[in-house]
Design a protein. Sequence first.
Lengths: 116, 861
Amino acid sequence: MDKPESLLPLPPATFHILIALADEDRHGYAIIQDVAARTNGELKLSAGTLYRSIPRMMDQGLLVETDTRPAPELDDERRRYYRITPFGVAVARAEARRHAQLVKMARVRGLAPEKA
Amino acid sequence: MRFYRALLHCYPASFRAEYGDEMEGVFRARRRDATNPVAVFILWIASFFEILFNAIAVHWDILRQDFRYTVRTLAGSPGFAITAILVVALGIGANTAAFSVTDFVLIRNLPFPGPERLVKIWQTTLGYDKMEFSPLNYRDVKRMSKSFEAIGAYTPDAVNLVGQGDPERIYATAVTSDVIPLLGTQPLLGRVFTAADERVGAAGTVILSYQLWQTQFAGDAGVLGKKVILDDQPYIVIGVMPAHFHFPSAEIGLWTPKQFAARELEDRNDNYLEVVGRLKPGVSLEQAKAEMDVTMRQLKQQYPGENKNTGGLVISLRDELSGKSRLMLWALLGASACVLLIACANLANLLLTRSLGRQKELAVRAAVGAGRERLVRQSMTESMVLAVLGGALGMLVAMWAVPLLTKLVPNTLPIASTPTVDFRVLIFAGLLTVVTGIVFGVLPALRASGKGDMNALREGARSGGGRKERLRAALVIAEVTVSVVLLISSGLLIRALLKLQNTDPGFHAGGVLSVETALPMPKYARTATRGEFYRRVLTEVRALPGVSSAAYGTALPMVWGGGIWPVDINGQVVERTASHTVSMRYITPEYFSTLQVPLVLGRAISESDTVDRQFVAVVSQSFARRYWPDLNPLGRHFQLAFHDRMVVGVVGDVRVRGLEQESEPQTYLSYQQVMDGNFVFYAPRNLAVRTSGAPSALAPAIRRIIQSADPEQPISDVQTLEQIVESKTAFRTVQVRVLGAFTAIAFLLAAIGIHGLLSFAVSQRNREIGVRMALGAASGDILRMVMRQGVRVALAGVLPGLALAYVAARLMQALLAGIQPGDLPTFLSAAGLCLVMTLVGSFLPALRAVRIDPMTAIRTE
């Protein structure tokens, strides 16, 4: 498998999807809702973007479809659940590190707020 | 919701199958969350555009993926890739080249504004369905016709241009002042002719073609107002036409105004004007024709003697092209289409074979979830990539080939002499490429994804499947059929060409050099002045080493078909119909011995036939037969060109008009027996020299002799008589070569097709053959078994091919110069060749079958 850095920089949608899956497996609509909630509704991932990203991310080994499903009463059989892979975690970490470094550089030049 | 589901169809089916339900779920959830109508409306709009854009992106993703896959697989089998690309390149190249010529000559608009309203007008009479107008009839038609915005007349001419370096012979056209304006092309520099220029006695004016302006005047912008000497007369340059203006054909270098001298308006039967017109807007060709009929009927009533049997003909300027030229080009395009068809069949077969070889791989891909649509897409991407690469290469082939086809552009149309590969041709090639890619890709693609293939995994890919093999055989049969049609068509045309080339022209062309020295008037208007020039040149030329004889004539045979006159016998006025006209030539002594036209009776023209003696004539055998079938023609009289002539000799017939057309009987008159200033157009201008050495080696010496006789005399058209004769069939020669090349390609492809089919069949039947051999079948049996399969396929292709070829031959019978469309030798040789091709194509696979080791073949299973 490729080194995590080889996929950087990640498209914003991809990064957001990885973040959404970092703590738990989610289905498509849940990913969209999570992204919207975390960005206070500023980023509304469209279904098209999401489902165009997912096959590509699976090809890249960032996530897999999972067979484990929630309790039947919470489940909709049409839904498919996605889980971040260890490689996906590594890539997301690398991307986060890249952003952190960027912010640090910007701060040195007074372009970003000082740490609280 | 139904609408959303319909929208999802923008996505590829495979994507829809995978994520359609989920996307629908997401949309449903969002729809639930949207509380008011405005939010719902926004959701719909957003979803609509989102699906549209994302669907395109997904299609693009798949295309890129398929493309990468294709490049990988093709790189893995370069032999296959190169073969396929070359086959496409040949097919597309042949078609693009053939199309560029056909489009240029037959299809596209003439390069004038409003070209559909331009027409050519002809007089007609018994035996001539197109005859030039006489000035008097032209003037009346122009005055009486109401259908035309303008009518103009022109007459071809050739002039000696002196004063711009070496004296040059230039093809020119004398046009009335209406001609260029009615064509609609504006001059590049200066002005066009006005009525003032065509008044008799007006100062000479000339308009240059762009090409002549470039070559003789170095594109000098100050050329306007410059004085040039044409045939010893001063002319002022008043204009230059743009590069794309060619009228009436591409060889014309300059235009002069047509002035009608009083004596030109005396004889209503002196026909030499070609007439063009522009229809008024809204007037149809049919209306113009109907009006022309009425006009000509009125002129017939008015001049019952001169206009007896005279009619009028109006045709589109676009159609000023012989039916033969048209037929030849269509035949060529048809042949190239056949080549492409065969190429497609061959490629489809190649792909099918590959798909059989990749059956397992495809089955695996299908099993892991690649849907039928994805497999078809993948397969089509592959054929498209091959088609596009081959198409690009084919364009290069076409660009290289088109200049070789210039001889197929007839010189009777106002278009450039060389077709260009332009955007129309590019679009054609592009479309052809796409269609080709689809045609040869779709069958294998559908087959590759067929449900039957799922068995491949289970069965261990042993058999190719009966249906598939039948399809492959059908494709090869089609290839054989089409190549038989091509083979017979080109065979018939080759036979026609050979027949024409073997036609006796009535003279012996070998060892004769021809040079044109058109003497300018009025410098040489006196007969005696011309005589001095001829005698001086001929005496010196005859003294050159190796020269056995030399003579001057009005025009050598096949150089000029004109000079047709009516004859009167015994004072009877005969009608001016084809059966009472003859070709008239003035000649010097030694003309017949130089061309080796046999003298049958009496004597030839001699130096003693001077203007003060009885006017004499030598006539051809057909002339004597026509008028005195059972009598001795010597000493008999006839009237020709306003003079009584006495027959002193009879010579063999000559094909004046070329090898294909019938020629009028010939009369030869003494170059001295013409009044000063009369018939100067007939003044001998072609010098013919017979030598025992190489004719073209004489050219420099002859040039020196002519230059010393008259330093201002241009020399043109230096060529051997053999070249002149060959030029008469050049169009056919090129066509036969092109068709021959197409046929060779088709044949090769068909042979490859048979070879491929049998090779594959043998490899598929490895085990069966092994078993047979183990059971005692002899090598000969196996050999026969494989060859029999090849011959069966060939026969299945040859038989319908023979029938189709007969139909094709009937369609192009006009081109066959008398060869029967069912010509048995051609048909038999074609069938024989096909048999040979089949045997050659099947031999290697058969040999391979014989070499199969039974033990290995059985064990590997």
